[in-house]
Design a protein around this ligand. Structure first.
Ligand SMILES: Nc1nc2c(ncn2[C@@H]2O[C@H](COP(=O)(O)OP(=O)(O)O)[C@@H](O)[C@H]2O)c(=O)[nH]1
Ligand SMILES: [Mg+2]
Length: 323
């Protein structure tokens, strides 16, 4: 985590800046990424174009920063075309990199809105254990509360008592109703009860926590399929959203999790967590480029208000180290 305060420069550069504090924290996390990008750029002064060796170095650095081979090649092509004014300098290169990253990220930026009619909107939250599901659910609930929506939680991760307890603590802290079942109980029956209760109480958004045991893919698939069946019986539109929570610190593993969860549950959108303090945030770009799934928000810390809108232009500049 960065300890530096916001600088006038990054405040001015960022149209969506909310004071610099959180983008600064992001910048701390991404610093290694951007250092890797700029570390190989010696010897460019005095030229207006990058040569093949320099382009290779930049492409390698982009791949090492988890942006993935396709995004890296795309940025390389863009840089190869670019005729720089006067001398090439690091900043000018990074401006081009940031512009191209923003192009990749912009189409997937899509906030999670409460729009379902009839209510409630059912949001199923999936992902491997430890990815940040429960914390993200609390953050989302808080965000919806701030928009005056009535929120309810469902403790669909019945596998561990601690998971039910953790969601319960958040519910209490936020004064949000929660539907739970016994440890080891059937998650689908918890979800069934929750939808009925949410409908009766005029709840706007019902957010469902789930277990994320990847050790037994078959079991997980059956469990999520059963939840979907039960939901569909109550409302053919439900679940309205299937949000996959990914831990950015997993780097390329996060991408294979997209594959797996697309297969076992279907995924309508992503939230990437732990972008504070990781050098692997470039994986966001790889995910956007390879899957084109909506990215709803990002997690930048453990606190309740550490969920941020996915701001493609800001993130692109942060990744390129010029935010
Ligand atoms: N630094 C950081 N930690 C997070 C973030 N989101 C979640 N965590 C932490 O990651 C750990 C696992 O989170 P949890 O919500 O229990 O994951 P779950 O097993 O998927 O439900 C907890 O210690 C969280 O506080 C984030 O955006 N940044
Ligand atoms: Mg959990």
């Amino acid at each position: 985590m960065s300890t530096e305060g916001p600088t006038p420069e990054n405040e001015a550069a960022d149209p969506g800046n909310d004071g610099g504090e959180w983008s600064d924290r992001l910048f701390g996390g991404f610093r290694k990424t951007s250092e890797r990008l700029t570390g190989n750029l010696a010897g460019i002064v005095g030229k207006t174009r990058l040569d093949d060796g320099q382009l290779d170095d930049i492409e390698d650095a982009l791949i090492m920063s988890d942006l993935g081979p396709r995004a890296a090649a795309r940025i390389r092509d863009r840089l190869a075309e670019e005729r720089f004014e006067r001398d090439v300098d690091e900043r000018a290169i990074m401006e081009v990199v940031a512009r191209e990253i923003a192009e990749i990220l912009r189409p997937v930026a899509k906030p999670l809105d409460v729009v379902a009619f009839p209510r409630p909107q059912v949001i199923l939250v999936i992902g491997v254990n430890g990815s940040g599901k429960t914390t993200t659910i609390a953050k989302l609930a808080h965000l919806f509360q701030e928009q005056d929506y009535a929120v309810m939680l469902a403790a669909g991760d019945t596998f561990r008592a601690a998971a039910i307890g953790q969601l319960g603590v958040w519910a209490e802290r936020l004064s949000i109703p929660i539907v739970k079942g016994p440890e080891g109980g059937d998650p689908a029956s918890v979800v069934f009860d929750a939808v009925k209760s949410a409908t009766d109480q005029g709840i706007d958004a019902l957010i469902v926590d789930t277990a994320g045991r990847l050790q037994n893919k078959r079991e997980l698939m059956d469990e999520l399929a059963k939840i979907r069946r039960v939901l569909g019986r109550l409302n053919p539109e439900a679940p309205h959203d299937v949000v996959l929570v990914l831990d950015a610190t997993n780097g390329q593993n996060a991408l294979s999790q997209i594959e797996i969860f697309k297969e076992v549950a279907g995924v309508s959108g992503l939230i990437m967590t732990k972008l504070d303090g990781t050098a692997r945030g470039g994986v966001l770009v790889a995910a956007a480029e390879q899957y084109g799934l909506p990215i709803h928000a990002i997690g930048v810390g453990e606190k309740i208000d550490d969920l941020r809108p996915f701001n493609p232009d800001l993130l692109a500049r942060v990744i390129a180290g010029i935010a």
